[in-house]
Ligand binder design. Sequence first.
Ligand SMILES: Cc1cc2nc3c(=O)[nH]c(=O)nc-3n(C[C@H](O)[C@H](O)[C@H](O)COP(=O)(O)O)c2cc1C
Length: 356
Amino acid sequence: MSAPAAASVGGATAPDPAAAVDMSVRLTAPAGTVDLAAGVLTASGCAAAGRELDPYLDLTTLGGVVTKTIMRGARSGRPTPRMAETPSGMLNSIGLQGPGIAHFLAHDLPWVAERGARAVVSVAGEDVEEFVDIARTLRAATSDDGPLGRPGTDGGVLAAVEVNISCPNVANRGLVFACDPGSAAEVVAAVRAATDPRVPVLAKLSPDVTDIVAIARSVLAAGADGLVMVNTLLGVAIDVDRGAPVLSRVTGGLSGPAIRPVAVRCVWQVTAAMRAGLLPTVPVVGVGGVRTGRDAAELVLAGASAVQVGTVTFGDPGAPARVRDELAAVVRHHGLGSLAGLVGRAHDAVRDGGHP
Ligand SMILES: Cc1cc2nc3c(=O)[nH]c(=O)nc-3n(C[C@H](O)[C@H](O)[C@H](O)COP(=O)(O)O)c2cc1C
């Protein structure tokens, strides 16, 4: 970790605006560590595999591109309409549309590798077997000495696997994996076992649960190397003129600024439990409503080691790089030289009586 970027101005210590901030973040896997260039990544489903963002920012300077969730076969997703604007947020019911793992491995992952960027590959299945199948296929395609580089290392495109447990389990009457500690743990344990031990496995949790700490506990016990919080919240929008739901399948996932306080709360609760010794300490990636570096800083101050940038990217494709630079400015404002120094500081403020 680099020294704090502070300069002495008239006897007081002030951040030096020109000093570089170490924005890197380290993830740990059972058999290695992965250093990401920056603790700012794209969010799954909001930037495909990065191609659309490439003209607007240098992908190699981000922590990575989190891919759209990949499933086994090609899926057309849910019928339209599947997007709705809501006050300070968006409802979507895309339904995990995509060309499937074979197409992804043939076309998308090699492109990210060629570009010199890193990918966090988001995976899902309708049952545990599909999760395992995809994890195995991904492992086989990213084995040593292949064109994609050594997985989990700085030479390899595959930086981590993100397990999207927010999809319904077909074998369990459609119950969402992430809403049940047992199902969530079963999926994570199976993906961890099927994934290269040098590659961190991150579990992406849903905020739509009564006790997020209980879900975090079960996926960590199952071998998750890190947590991503949060996926979208379930919502419904009604078209009052038509007197009918806006989305074809009624419900959708709410994202955008409206959900940021929920994401900050989830990060806060889980990292508080880690700091109290009630959960193992692992990196937490915060996601939900980040539009600016200050928004990202809320998640970091709440305990996130890294953040993902999602919905804002649709209107501002350069947003992930802008958020990274703005977040670096917040780190400097606090007189620090590294993003790691800012992680969880709001907990310290509460402990030290720093609350207004
Ligand atoms: C259009 C759209 C598609 C998404 N697709 C996925 C997905 O495939 N997998 C996933 O884990 N999350 C998906 N998400 C959720 C985002 O990754 C993120 O968790 C959520 O949108 C909150 O972050 P944001 O407010 O910055 O968008 C999607 C979100 C949107 C808006």
